[in-house]
Design a protein. Structure first.
Length: 94
């Protein structure tokens, strides 16, 4: 993992944390469904919902990354940011 850091606006941080808190709640809901011996189909539908929420989170964060980090690096002559982005996309699009 990289040791780079990115300063996010308070608004962006709050929005990302809010999304993660919703996802965390969905995960706790899944655990409760297992504890309650809920029907497999119901659990699988909730898992699908969690995956969709994580995908939305990834899209939002990726867009921000491209518009800020990648653009700033390229403008600073750090074209290796493109290679890093391509590697990231390959890893996240499995």
């Amino acid at each position: 993992m990289s040791e780079k850091h990115k300063k996010r606006s308070e608004e962006e941080s709050k929005a990302l944390i809010r999304r993660l808190n919703v996802i965390e709640g969905q995960i706790r809901g899944l655990a409760k469904m297992i504890e309650e011996d809920r029907y497999c189909v119901d659990i699988l539908m909730q898992v699908s919902s969690v995956q969709s929420a994580l995908n939305s989170f990834n899209k939002e964060l990726l867009s921000s990354h491209i518009h800020t980090c990648v653009v700033e690096d390229i403008q600073a002559g750090k074209t290796e940011a493109v290679d890093e982005l391509c590697e990231l996309l390959q890893k996240t699009m499995k």
